[in-house]
Design a protein around this ligand. Sequence first.
Ligand SMILES: [Zn+2]
Length: 291
Amino acid sequence: MIILALYYLTRPKWEIEEEPYVKLYLSQKNKVISLSLEEYVKGAVAAEMPASFELEALKAQAVCARTYAVRKILKGQKYREGADLSDNVNECQAYISEEEFKDRHPYDYKKLYKKIDQAVRDTRGIIIIYDDEPIDALYHSTCGGRTASGEEIWGNKIPYLVSCSCEYCKSSPYYKTIKEICDREIKKELGLTQNVKTVEIIQKTKSGRVRKLKINDQIIEANYFRQKLGLPSTWWEFTLKKDVLLIKSRGYGHGVGMCQYGAQGMAQKGYHYEDILKYYYKDIKFCQIDY
Ligand SMILES: [Zn+2]
């Protein structure tokens, strides 16, 4: 199936007779299940985007989730137990079953799940390609006003993952957030010996996120700082007040690719899912896998 898929990918339409089945590793249950690609996409959309979002945003998410999965499958990289995909967000994308979705939405499960089902059915088999290959369809919750390029996060230039301004995620609860962290906690988390006297941003990425900061005379990588202090992103402004550090963060997530709250904002303004995806991924094309 996978060899056949690769062969047809060079054509405008990718024709395979049957819908592919994927082996998914469920990390909590430590087991592998087999399910159709479209069933998998449904569970990924249910886990990765609030089901209350507009239908066009959910469709954009479905295309991203499908593209991400097809790319992983074609690359042939296996997860635990020989699975094609994993539900662990640290190595793949999240997935929940219909039962789990029901538990999370006890009151309006039917209506919401129907919407997800429609978003997946309306985009059946559609993936995003660049240079005849499925793209690395990365996405994140909220960019905070500007997305990050793939290059500034991972060092290698990816033509379709470029930074763009985003005015559509302003209503996200993560657009701007403030966290106060006391001196003691910073010292403990970062293993500092002295009290925090100065906090300075010493290097920024092109989109304005912090790459390196300096606390007293110690240089700290932004990603390390984010992880240690549980911050939503690496886009910061600092204010030091006596023994408390005030951190204003913008956005939530790495900032690369589609901004999910931005997709919702665009959908609310009447944009279709193709426009949303073309906004966040540059010079892409869509490919219909016929099954
Ligand atoms: Zn955004």
